[in-house]
Ligand binder design. Structure first.
Ligand SMILES: C[S@@+](CC[C@H](N)C(=O)[O-])C[C@H]1O[C@@H](n2cnc3c(N)ncnc32)[C@H](O)[C@@H]1O
Length: 298
């Protein structure tokens, strides 16, 4: 059965799949006006995109973590664990998690550092007044997402910890010094950024030589059969869950569409290399539903 027919059958109103297909055709055939960018399948000005993305995350912030669990069937936790295990956090690390939202990745990084620290303390006890220089920064452009993150940190007993810092800022223009970070992560964030190339250059700038770049992002499934099922799930089920749980179908429609507009794995790897990074690699998870791109500043 053709994808269009499948989508029509599973979509509650039938309108969505029709619109999706129309937009998909339009997006592949239209010539974008200058300084236009994509907001999902829509062409908008760069200024509009920033505002629209801000509206999306302001709207979903309070239900963001619940929706993540529902939409990914809890898998986002495993994907983030994988991201952090690749990072190999260490005590004293200066780490920047960009588009860090409600703090998941930063919490994982801190927990990983604590585990290493506990193990090393058993071998080599430290003076009680020895300062812990570890810093994990959560940087996000959206104050509503950061606020939810701070509340979550409080519930986990991490409030006021000198090693955890919350910073409102734009991935394209980071307020961190050159070569100040050992690690840089961005999870499900870079596809929302207007100029991906600028964000990558900023990642390169703030990393120390030898620093690690890691990006977890929704990516592209190519396996026949699975792709159709995944498309159907994305375009029919996810916006419906958004409507039911977060009372916001449009934002989840955008999240799905923005994933389809994001460059495929190889193209994104080339963009990372163009920003100056070396040893660029990627790993597909769940057949490419998400991919982890990794690189070093050497
Ligand atoms: C899908 S959420 C991901 C949150 C978190 N990293 C996670 O994995 O749960 C995307 C985040 O990107 C942030 N964001 C979007 N554009 C940004 C930008 N230009 N600079 C920094 N953060 C941005 C949003 O505010 C939002 O918190």
């Amino acid at each position: 059965m053709a994808f269009a027919e499948l989508a029509r059958r599973f979509s509650r109103t039938g309108k969505f799949s029709h619109r999706f297909l129309q937009q998909r055709e339009a997006s592949s055939s239209s010539t974008a006006p200058s300084h236009a960018t994509s907001f999902g399948f829509r062409e908008v000005s760069e200024e509009q995109k920033g505002k629209l993305v801000g509206d999306v995350f302001h709207s979903v912030a309070s239900k963001y973590d619940l929706m993540n669990d529902l939409m990914s069937l809890g898998l986002h936790r495993l994907w983030k664990d994988r991201l952090v295990s690749k990072l190999r956090p260490f005590p004293g690390m200066q780490h920047l998690d960009v588009a860090g939202g409600t703090g998941d990745v930063a919490f994982n990084v801190l927990e990983a550092i604590n585990r290493v620290e506990q193990r090393s303390l058993e071998v080599l006890p430290r003076d009680a007044d020895e300062e812990d220089e570890t810093r994990v920064y959560v940087c996000d452009i959206n104050p509503s997402m950061l606020e939810v993150g701070k509340q979550r940190a409080k519930k986990r007993g991490l409030e006021g910890l000198p090693s955890l810092r919350w910073v409102e800022g734009n991935a394209e223009q980071l307020e961190f010094k050159d070569e100040s970070m050992d690690g840089y992560t961005i999870a499900f964030g870079i596809r929302n950024v207007t100029h991906i190339d600028k964000a990558l250059k900023e990642a390169y700038r703030v990393l120390k030589k030898g620093g690690r770049f890691l990006c977890l992002e929704l990516s592209h499934v190519s396996m026949p059969g699975f792709k159709q099922i995944y498309d159907l799930y994305s375009f029919a089920v996810i916006p419906a869950i958004g409507q039911y749980v977060a009372k916001d179908r449009e934002s989840y429609q955008y999240l799905v569409e923005s994933a389809r507009k994001f460059p495929p794995q190889e193209r994104f790897a080339a963009m990372i290399a163009e920003a100056g990074f070396q040893d660029v690699q990627y790993e597909n998870l769940v057949g490419g539903v998400v991919a982890i791109h990794s690189a070093f500043k050497l």
